[in-house]
Design a binder for this molecule. Structure first.
Ligand code: TPP
Ligand code: MG
Length: 314
């Protein structure tokens, strides 16, 4: 049981429990925004953020609770944001899809598919100009690789050798549409990146250590001017595209497809690698932290009516 395993387990389990608790609270209508849960996919954010430092930046999609928490974004700020409270990370105006914690390097997330990719490429240009060795990681789904800005951004980053790790969380679906109905070559994401001059690595078994190792190699190279890289991590979304429930009765997929992924669940896998006393202590700490964050959100005020016009430019 290494220190690294304990650290990765803590991060994985913390995110899993935050999202399970979010799903439990959801029917009460206290959460005022749609939620796109990453249950089953947590290992990508956990592995990549584990090799980043406080001065590195991340950006992501509407499915970014895991990224936010793994990078050190505020948990009370996240829960309060979902509740629409003034103490939320966007002061209650953004909801679950808009996480931000600039002090922790969480630069924001976007509900418009793919738009985080050019924005993060801009952060990488800024990082290169600052010349301080900091790097950017941007998380997006397989569907986002079908947006034109994905290709434009990778081309620009390769040309200018920007320090950015493109992280494709390939869960095989864009809402209900499988990759096979969207791409002539469903396995072509890495090839597309390579064609633009961005070295790419595909990890197809969801192993948190394998993703971490690929990220570590890529980030080490780019800190010294090595330029961008892409990781395609194949994962599986356990719950519905948006909302707290499962959707295996909707006709587009079945439990049989999910089963192998549930069998290699990284949270359970790493739990089994810890000695029981360590695991119980980690779990107890997580539950206490989540309980306090939910209490903070519940007791926080809603924004004042005048706040409606704050930060509005036109
Ligand atoms: C530009 C744009 N087009 C369409 C949508 C509607 N939409 C929301 S999520 C989504 C699927 C994206 O799938 P993927 O990138 O694989 O991410 P996942 O939800 O699987 O994590 C779509 C099409 C949108 N939000 N923005
Ligand atoms: Mg997807």
């Amino acid at each position: 049981m290494s220190e690294e395993t304990v650290r990765l387990y803590r991060s994985l389990k913390r995110i899993r429990r935050v999202e399970e608790v979010t799903a439990e609270i959801y029917p009460s209508d206290k959460i005022k925004s749609p939620v796109h849960l990453a249950i089953g996919q947590e290992q990508v954010s956990v592995a990549v953020c584990d090799v980043l430092g406080p001065r590195d930046w991340v950006g992501g999609s509407y499915r970014s609770h895991a990224m936010h928490l793994a990078k050190g974004g505020s948990l009370p700020g996240l829960i309060a944001e979902m509740y629409g409270k003034e103490t939320g990370c966007c002061r209650g105006k953004g909801g679950s899809m808009h996480v931000i914690d600039v002090a922790a390097g969480v630069m924001g997330s976007s509900a418009v598919v793919g738009t985080q990719i050019p924005m993060a490429t801009g952060y990488a240009l800024a990082a290169k100009m600052a010349g301080d060795g900091s790097v950017v990681a941007v998380f997006f789904g397989d569907g986002a690789t079908e947006e034109g800005c994905f290709y434009e951004s990778l081309n620009f980053a390769a040309l200018h050798r920007l320090p950015i790790l493109y992280v494709c969380e390939n869960n095989g679906y864009a809402i209900h549409e499988p990759l096979s109905k969207r791409r002539a070559r469903p396995e072509g994401i890495c090839g597309a990146a390579e064609a633009l001059g961005v070295p790419a690595t595909r990890i197809d078994d969801g192993c948190v250590f394998a993703i971490r190792s690929a990220a570590e190699t890529a980030v080490r190279t780019m800190r010294t001017g090595g330029g961008p890289a892409l990781i395609e991590a194949v994962v599986y979304r356990w719950r519905q595209h948006v909302g707290p429930n499962e959707d295996y009765d909707q006709g587009y997929r079945g439990h049989d497809e999910a089963q192998p992924w549930k069998e290699r669940d990284q949270v359970a896998r790493l739990a089994g690698m810890l000695d029981p006393a360590t695991r119980e202590a980690v779990d107890a700490g997580i539950e206490a932290e989540i309980e306090a964050a939910v209490a903070f959100a519940e007791s926080s005020p809603v924004p004042a009516a005048e706040e409606l016009y704050a930060d509005v430019f036109a």
